[in-house]
Ligand binder design. Structure first.
Ligand SMILES: *Cc1c(COP(=O)(O)O)cnc(C)c1O
Length: 424
């Protein structure tokens, strides 16, 4: 059992009450001050010859979030042609967007003409890019043979990962590059949200070794994957600490080769995870007896937050008593979502979504608010939206002046069924 009593970070009880009155629950809430503070931390990442920070927009793609980061000087990492278009519609200049995608969908050519930079992520992507732009400049996303992730589901490097061009196939890549006269100007790798800075640093040096292969490379991108501490007791990444050895690598490379590489990182989690929460209501409480569990049933679930049921990920949960009485004592609960799906459980054992792991919190009553913290990254973006026909939850931004602004309205049932055709 997890016996840590977590404390509120993104929301205080009065703001939580204000947001419930504004849009109801469930609702995503983001804190602008925290987003800005994280942006500044990433911009201070150690570097030797210049730095570009790209926000990996798949973490939380609301246009307002994109504009906040754009305003603070960040560029964008897009994971699909659709994300590119979404960013451009949000006001991001195409030449501030780079695309590293599993599916290089038709239409990418127009975006490249408008300034979007592509990092080819497979041999076929190199070929298709080269056919569209003979003699053109290209980036390569490599799989350096090493990954770093909490689970195989968040590990995106190494032999079990399909992301990027496998390092042992670079001879084949070179044949295709030569065929089109393509000029490699960027080397990219992104190995996952690992907990171990040592792994991140060795991936950096493995990737840098491949830069030697291409004299024309001037930009070196190590992706994102900086772990954050969601739960109290976890340790997050110290960017200064992981960045220092990378700076030294780049300086050493310059001394040896005379090449001063521009450096890029692409954080998603780091920028947003602890800047967001899901505000929910305890809508029911049940028990399965002495040998069983006490359950609190929320008005949210995998429809807002898929990570616990997908990875067994841990999110702090803080109960806010509706009557303001925090002296009710504490109790341990399994928190479940509102879907008719036994996997819709928000308190799994870490790394194992199939095991129930009750949490200590203030004794709950129906109608209390429950705040799920650490929900700014891959929650709204990755929700199992519309299962059981629950509408997509609204998003609220707490502005720097404390004002709560709706940045996405709650979806309506009409919007859920708008594309259905009546044929029966
Ligand atoms: C998802 C992704 C990122 C961001 O990863 P985080 O773990 O959220 O920091 C960066 N770069 C690429 C190419 C990605 O696919």
């Amino acid at each position: 059992m997890n016996t840590h009593l977590e404390t509120l970070r993104t929301l205080d009880p009065s703001t939580a009450g204000r947001i419930r009155d504004l849009v109801g629950t469930p609702a995503y809430v983001y804190d602008e001050k925290t987003l800005v503070a994280r942006a500044h931390e990433t911009l201070a990442f150690p570097n030797a010859f210049g730095l570009t920070v790209r926000y990996a927009m798949k973490a939380c793609p609301n246009g307002n979030i994109l504009r906040i980061f754009d305003r603070e000087g960040l560029h964008v990492d897009a994971s699909s042609v659709w994300e590119v278009e979404r960013a451009v519609r949000a006001g991001i200049e195409p030449d501030r967007i780079s695309l590293s995608t599993q599916e290089l969908a038709p239409g990418f050519e127009d975006w490249v003409r408008r300034g979007v930079k592509v990092n080819a992520c497979s041999l076929d992507q190199i070929d298709r890019y080269g056919r569209a732009f003979p003699g053109g400049e290209i980036g390569l996303r490599l799989n350096p043979g090493l990954g770093s992730g909490g689970t195989t589901k968040t590990n995106v490097g190494g032999p079990a990962s399909s992301f990027g061009i496998w390092h042992e196939t670079l001879d084949e890549a070179d044949v295709i590059l030569r065929k089109h006269g393509s000029v490699v100007v960027r080397i990219h790798s992104h190995i996952g949200s690992g907990s171990d800075p040592a792994v991140w640093i060795s991936a950096a040096s493995l990737t840098l070794a491949h830069v030697r292969r291409y004299e024309t490379v001037c930009s070196f991108n190590l992706g994102g994957g900086f772990k954050v501490a969601r739960m109290s007791g976890e340790t997050g990444t110290d960017l200064q600490l992981v960045g220092q050895p990378v700076r030294e690598l780049l300086e050493g490379f310059a001394r040896e080769t005379g090449r001063e590489l521009h450096f890029e990182i692409e954080p998603g989690t780091y920028l947003t995870a602890n800047a967001g929460a899901v505000l929910t209501t305890v809508q029911d409480i049940s028990t399965t007896g002495e040998e069983g569990y006490a359950f609190i049933k929320l008005d949210a679930g995998m429809t807002e937050l898929t990570r616990p049921s997908l990875y067994g990920s841990q999110h702090p949960m803080i109960l806010i008593p509706a009557d303001g009485d925090e002296r009710r004592g504490s109790a341990s609960y399994v928190a479940v979502g509102h879907c008719c799906e036994s996997g819709d459980m928000l308190t799994p054992r870490e790394g194992d979504p199939s095991v129930l792991d009750p949490r200590m919190m203030i004794r709950a009553q129906i109608g209390d608010l429950l705040v799920i913290e650490g929900a700014g990254a891959y929650c709204s973006a990755m929700a199992t939206k519309n299962y059981n026909s629950f509408p997509e939850a609204p998003e609220v931004l707490i502005r720097a002046n404390g004002e709560a602004a709706v940045i996405r309205r709650r979806q309506t049932l009409d919007q859920i069924i708008v594309n259905e055709e009546t044929v029966v």
